[in-house]
Design a protein around this ligand. Structure first.
Ligand SMILES: *Cc1c(COP(=O)(O)O)cnc(C)c1O
Length: 385
C-alpha cells in the first residue's frame, strides 16, 4: 500500500511562480498594474480571444458577465445541474432565476434537448459548463440561442486549453469566464478572467471595478490623472499583480502541464479499460478536453460497494479523491426555493450517486498513477457482485 497520502489535485507551484511574487513585492505595483496588463495580453494571445479582462475569480467573471448582458429580475438563465454552485449562485445575485437542466449521460455537459425544452419567453442566457474540461455542445446551443435571441455565457472554469471542433474555448465573441482557483489547470491562487468581444469585455471591466470609467490604476501613475467618474455601482473584482505574476509563470508551463495530464489520463485508461464495473470519462471525436477532472462512475449493479464506501476505502489506502458535484438542484437552497426533487434531473442525480474524481494534476508520477490504478482495481475486483 502507498505510504504517503496522495491529494487529488494540489496546485503545481514552482520557483518561477515564487520568483514572480517576490519580484512583484519589490515594485510599487502590488495590486492591479503592469503585470495584470501583461497577463491579460498573454491570455489574449494564448486563447486567441477578442479581448480579456483579468478578475479575482471565475465567479466574479460570471457575475459581471450577467450584469453586462443586462440580466435581472424576471429573466431566466439556463444552467446545467451538474456544476459547481457558483454557476447558479451568480444568477441569484442578479435577481434572475436559474433554470436547472439535465446533462448528457456521456459528457455530463448541458443537454441541448433539455435546454430546448426549458426555453421560455423569459429566457435570456444559456450558461453551459465545459464539465471536467470536456466542451459542451456549442453548435446546438448556438443554434438555440440564435433561434430565440439568447446570449451565451460560458462557464469555462475547467476549460483552459479545451477545444471545441478545433477551436479554443475563450476565442469566441460571446463571454466566457475562466477560473484560476488553486485546484484548476492554471492557477493564480485565486483568480479568473472573462473573454469575449471588446465592447462586452470593456463593459465588464468597468462593472468589475466599482463602475469606474477608466483604468483606475493609471490614476496613480505619472501618465494618468486623478480624475475618474462612476457610471454605475460596480463591484470590486480586480486581479492583483501578485496573482498576475503567478499566472504569467503558469501560462508558460501550461503546455507541459497539459501534456502530462493527457499522459496520466492515458495511463488510467489503460489501467481500467477491462473493468466493466467502471464507467470511464469520454472525449468525443470532435472534442479536445483540458482533462481538468478524471471522473469515474461505478456501475453499482455490478458491485457490492457503494460510492461513499469506495471513497473511504481509497482514503484508507492513502488515495485522495473528490466528488464533482452534488447537483445544484439537490442543494437545500435550490431544492427548497424551487421545489426540485432529485429525480427531476435524473441523469445528474444518477451520475452523482456513483461518481468520484481520481487524482489528476501535472505533478503526478507514473508511480503515483499506478498506486491509484492498483488501489481502484483491488477494490473493484474484491467487491464484484
Ligand atoms: C471553480 C469553479 C467555479 C468558480 O471559480 P472561482 O474562480 O473559484 O470563482 C465556477 N464554476 C465551476 C464549474 C468551477 O469548477
Amino acid at each position: 500500500m502507498r505510504k504517503e497520502f496522495l491529494s487529488y489535485n494540489p496546485p503545481t507551484i514552482g520557483e518561477a511562480e515564487r520568483a514572480g511574487v517576490m519580484e512583484t513585492l519589490c515594485t510599487p505595483w502590488v495590486t492591479t498594474g503592469p503585470k495584470t496588463v501583461a497577463f491579460e495580453g498573454e491570455l489574449k494571445t494564448y486563447l486567441g480571444a477578442p479581448a480579456v479582462v483579468a478578475l479575482n475569480s471565475c465567479t466574479a467573471g460570471l457575475h459581471v458577465g450577467l450584469v453586462a448582458l443586462g440580466v435581472g429580475p424576471g429573466d431566466e438563465v439556463i444552467v446545467p445541474a451538474m456544476t459547481f454552485c457558483a454557476t447558479a449562485n451568480v444568477v441569484e445575485h442578479v435577481g434572475a432565476r436559474p433554470i436547472l437542466v439535465d446533462v448528457c449521460p456521456d459528457t455530463l455537459t448541458m443537454d441541448p434537448e433539455a435546454v430546448r425544452a426549458a426555453i421560455t419567453p423569459r429566457t435570456k442566457v444559456l450558461l453551459p459548463v465545459h464539465y471536467g474540461g470536456h466542451p459542451a455542445h456549442l453548435d446546438e446551443l448556438d443554434a438555440l440561442a440564435a433561434q430565440h435571441g439568447l446570449f451565451l455565457l460560458e462557464d469555462a472554469a475547467h476549460a483552459i486549453s479545451t477545444r471545441y471542433k478545433g477551436r479554443l474555448i475563450g476565442s469566441r465573441a460571446n463571454l466566457a469566464a475562466f477560473s484560476f482557483y488553486a485546484t484548476k489547470n492554471l492557477t493564480t491562487v485565486e483568480g479568473g478572467c472573462l473573454t469575449g468581444e471588446q465592447s462586452l469585455v470593456d463593459k465588464s471591466r468597468i462593472i468589475g471595478h466599482h463602475g469606474m470609467n477608466r483604468d483606475a490604476w493609471k490614476r496613480f501613475d505619472r501618465s494618468g490623472s486623478w480624475y475618474y467618474e462612476v457610471v454605475l455601482p460596480g463591484f470590486k473584482y480586480n486581479m492583483t499583480d501578485m496573482q498576475a505574476a503567478i499566472g504569467l509563470a503558469q501560462l508558460k508551463r501550461l503546455g507541459s502541464f497539459q501534456a502530462r495530464r493527457r499522459e496520466v489520463v492515458a495511463r488510467y485508461e489503460a489501467g481500467f479499460k477491462d473493468l466493466t464495473a467502471l464507467e470511464l470519462p469520454v472525449e468525443l471525436p470532435w472534442a479536445h478536453s483540458s482533462w481538468h477532472l478524471y471522473v469515474i462512475r461505478l456501475r453499482l449493479e455490478q458491485l457490492r460497494i457503494d460510492r461513499n464506501t469506495f471513497i473511504d476505502e481509497l482514503k484508507s489506502r492513502n488515495i485522495g479523491t473528490s466528488v464533482h458535484y452534488l447537483p445544484v438542484h439537490m442543494h437545500p437552497y435550490y431544492r427548497d426555493k424551487y421545489g426540485y426533487r432529485a429525480e427531476d434531473l435524473p441523469v445528474a442525480a444518477d451520475a452523482y450517486s456513483r461518481m468520484l474524481s481520481l487524482p489528476l494534476h501535472a505533478a503526478l508520477t507514473d508511480e503515483d498513477v499506478d498506486d491509484v490504478i492498483q488501489a481502484v482495481r483491488e477494490l473493484i475486483l474484491s467487491n464484484l457482485a
